[in-house]
Design a protein around this ligand. Structure first.
Ligand code: TXA
Ligand code: MG
Length: 344
């Protein structure tokens, strides 16, 4: 088994990360969204190692991360006016733009699609890694496929120990939820995955922006996803997850009823809630996700991993409104719950 080093980000660890990437190897690194598992995006053999380490299905494409616009040249055919406006408004930052790709992008990066997702991250450590490597860096979230995305170096280690050589530790991710994936290959931009840049903000620049219905719904049997990632089981803790939606007090009383019933059946339940609602669940095991949707999104993945570590077998989670960061929160939570949701 390979030895996995977790190192703070400094000149020496950055140089090692860059030389691993140039040699066709992997390195995990922090970004402002979640930790990424990187490989040289122009090297098909290197990218294959990502799929092996993550046990990722081959039909799920990767995002290429760049440090500057010049790095996009080998990836995309052209940058039109709308794309440029979005880049100017939201880069560097948590927005991935899906664009028509060149033939230089290895098929494995694009999972056979004619497009490629490109993002310029805002995190200085992520930028330093890409700049030092001197190549676009293909990087999915650095979790094993299906597990909650990693928001700390320790989460990455838990999933990747023995599978990769290096994890750069830049502390907890600020946003804690992945980038927004926006398809700009047609006239009307389509949000394929809600994330760090909200739909409301995108509409300030591109007012016609639509949201793919698959964002909040399970894919129908045999249906095809515009974003292949949407059809795979995602973000799942070991515990079962049930989401309860509805008016605050009704939601709380249904959550309490489900909790008490689960206890009687010998389960170990916990309630995942907004800080202001914790008092409604007095005497029960409670995990506070945060005070508002952005805060809750930032802590969701850590909360799911933490509840697993406590031995919790059933996570009863409050739903939130799907405005602003609430859309990204519910997108992740519903997938973690395998779309098990009840209305109070
Ligand atoms: O914030 C993020 O985006 C993080 C950090 C590391 O940058 N990366 C990340 O990558 O979340 P990953 O691989 O876990 O998720 C990428 C998502 C998947 O749902 C994938 O299907 C979609 O983006 N995607 C990537 N390329 C695509 C393409 N060409 N067309 C449609 N969807 C694409
Ligand atoms: Mg992922």
């Amino acid at each position: 088994m390979m030895k996995t080093d977790v190192l703070p980000v400094d000149a020496a660890s950055l140089a090692r990360a860059a030389s691993l990437l140039r040699a066709g190897e992997l390195t995990a690194f922090p970004t402002e969204t979640v930790y990424g598992l990187g490989a040289n995006a122009l090297d098909a053999e290197a990218v294959l190692k990502i799929f092996v380490a993550k046990e990722r299905p081959a039909d799920n494409p990767l995002i290429a991360h760049v440090d500057d616009e010049a790095m996009m040249a080998p990836l995309v055919e052209e940058i039109n006016g709308l794309t440029r406006a979005l880049m100017e408004a939201f880069w560097p930052g948590p927005l991935t733009l899906v664009l028509p790709r060149t033939r230089r992008v290895p098929d494995i990066v694009a999972a056979g699609l004619s497009t490629v997702g490109v993002r310029m991250p805002a995190h200085p450590d992520a930028r330093a890694v890409i700049r030092a490597a001197g190549v676009p860096v293909a990087a999915p979230s650095a979790n094993r496929s299906g597990r909650p995305s990693p928001t700390t170096a320790q989460h990455v280690l838990a999933d990747m120990q023995g599978r990769i050589e290096l994890i750069l530790d830049g502390g907890p991710s600020g946003l804690g939820v992945e980038s927004t994936v926006l398809d700009v290959t047609e006239k009307v931009p389509v949000v394929l995955r809600p994330g760090g840049i909200t739909v409301e903000r995108l509409r300030q620049v591109a007012p016609q922006t639509r949201v793919d219905p698959a964002v909040l719904l399970p894919l129908k049997e045999g249906g095809t996803a515009r974003s292949p990632g949407m059809k795979h089981r995602h973000y799942a803790p070991l515990a079962q997850v049930l989401v309860v939606r509805g008016e605050r007090l009704r939601m709380a009383s249904l959550l309490c009823a489900r909790y008490d019933e689960a206890l009687r059946y010998g389960q170990m339940p916990a309630i995942l809630c907004r800080a202001q609602n914790a008092s409604l669940y007095a005497g029960r095991r409670v995990k506070i996700a945060g005070e508002n949707a952005a805060d809750m999104a930032a802590h969701l993945f850590d909360a799911l991993r933490g509840l697993d570590a406590q031995g919790v077998t059933l996570i009863l989670a409050e739903g939130v409104d799907t405005e602003e960061m609430g859309l990204a929160y519910m997108n992740r939570l519903l997938r973690a719950a395998n779309f098990e949701v009840v209305q109070a």
